[in-house]
Design a protein around this ligand. Structure first.
Ligand SMILES: Cc1cc2nc3c(=O)[nH]c(=O)nc-3n(C[C@H](O)[C@H](O)[C@H](O)COP(=O)(O)OP(=O)(O)OC[C@H]3O[C@@H](n4cnc5c(N)ncnc54)[C@H](O)[C@@H]3O)c2cc1C
Length: 369
């Protein structure tokens, strides 16, 4: 896989800031109940700090995107459109707002992927899907690096004129993480409401016959949802299964999933656990697994190796349960609980009324040094 050139500040616009200088890029981010989608930080970077936040809870999401680092938005406009918007109508309404910018970037999130092609169609611009880097070039063109073949290769794409680009969230690649480095001088952030009247098709003369309509909103299944989208992650490492055979270890990881779901979260794991087959590879967090952006991350018997920590993002709250008070994960945690991880998980399950599978109950062996 090719990597982005060092120091490109991937996806940076050539000018940025709110200083009156000409701005060449803008980001459009759809929030859900105030929560930013995966890829929002990268979109801020791609847009040189200038973004429009829409969706539900847009004002709260706009505040979040201003900081702390690595979020570096410097000019944020927001309009609460709710979530029941029709993407075609929304694209019509947004078009005049983003039209002056040669580069329009959106996260490659489900909402971003829904809106981006419609916006490109209304603006009559090409769409580059799934880029890790995008920047406007002198003369009004756009350069992007798009990921293809399941992220195995990066393909450079040069467009002579303006374009719409969707940006993928960090997946552990340094090239992608670079997009988070959009520079913004401290104290210059400006957040303001955007007066966005939702186009119903009448003013533009379009009927939106092919527009999508929201018929219902289904919450994700916490057991199977993409970990990258989970706001609470309870992860298990070798310490959680210490002293158990593979069958028992699989059961304790199943129990971790039940406890996580009961507390509104999803279960993750270290590579030791996935390599051993105690849980699926989709649950693996780290440089060779999923990269998270959770509000809460709780580690049960996880040492905190760099390859694992590289995937946990910047959780608002980090809890480590480990018998070793000097474990790196405990050292970096907001709350370190020095105790046996399995004993604590089983106690939690009991409190939550979850049946504990046979053979995983407290085992004195696991608590020995
Ligand atoms: C190229 C490469 C890529 C890698 N990619 C990844 C990756 O993407 N994700 C990943 O996770 N790893 C990855 N690894 C592996 C990584 O280096 C570590 O080996 C792994 O993260 C350690 O997992 P662990 O914390 O579960 O196990 P360990 O390092 O064995 O730690 C177990 C922890 O449990 C604690 N413990 C023991 N008993 C108990 C108990 N009873 N109660 C509570 N705590 C207890 C111990 O004190 C220790 O801190 C990669 C390695 C390489 C070489």
């Amino acid at each position: 896989m090719t990597s982005a050139p060092e120091g490109t500040g991937a996806a940076r616009s050539e000018t940025s800031g709110d200083s009156g200088a000409e701005q060449h890029a803008v980001g459009v981010i759809v929030a859900r109940q105030g929560r930013l989608p995966v890829g929002a930080d990268e979109t801020v970077g791609a847009a040189g700090g200038s973004v429009v936040v829409i969706g539900s809870g847009a004002e709260a999401a706009a505040e979040k995107i201003c900081g702390p680092a690595p979020r570096n938005a410097i000019r944020v406009r927001w309009a609460d459109t709710g979530l029941a918007f029709r993407p075609g109508c929304l694209a019509e309404s947004l078009a005049p707002v983003v039209e002056p910018f040669p580069l329009v970037v959106l996260p490659a999130s489900p909402d971003g992927r829904d809106l981006a092609p419609r916006l490109a169609a209304v603006l009559e611009r090409p769409l580059v899907a799934r880029a890790v880097l995008a920047r406007s070039r002198a003369g009004g063109g756009v350069h992007a690096l798009a990921t293809r073949l399941d992220d195995r290769i990066l393909v450079p794409i040069d467009i002579a004129g303006p374009a719409v680009v969707t940006i993928v969230g960090a997946t552990g690649s340094r090239a992608i993480r670079g997009t988070r480095q959009a520079s913004s001088p401290a104290g210059t952030t400006k957040v303001s409401p955007l007066d966005l009247e939702l186009d119903t098709g009448s003013s533009s003369g379009r009927t939106h016959v092919h527009d999508a309509e929201l018929v219902g909103l289904l919450e994700p299944d916490l057991h199977t949802m993409d970990l990258a989208d989970a706001s609470r992650v309870f992860s298990g490492g070798a310490g959680l299964a210490r002293g158990l055979d593979d069958v028992q270890a699989t059961r304790i990881f199943d129990l971790l999933g039940e406890v996580a779901a009961a507390l509104g979260g999803s279960a993750g794991a270290t590579r030791v656990a996935t390599d051993a087959g105690w849980t699926d590879y989709q649950r693996q967090i780290g440089t060779t697994g999923v990269t998270l952006d959770p509000e809460l991350y709780v580690a049960f018997g996880v040492s905190g190796a760099s390859q694992h920590v590289g995937g946990i993002g910047s959780p608002d709250h980090l809890v480590s349960v480990n018998i070793d008070p000097s474990a790196p994960m405990t050292a970096m945690a907001d709350l370190g609980i020095v105790t046996d991880a399995r004993r604590l998980l089983v106690a939690l399950a009991g409190r939550l009324g979850i049946d504990v599978p046979p053979g995983v109950e407290d085992d004195q062996e696991s608590t020995r040094g």
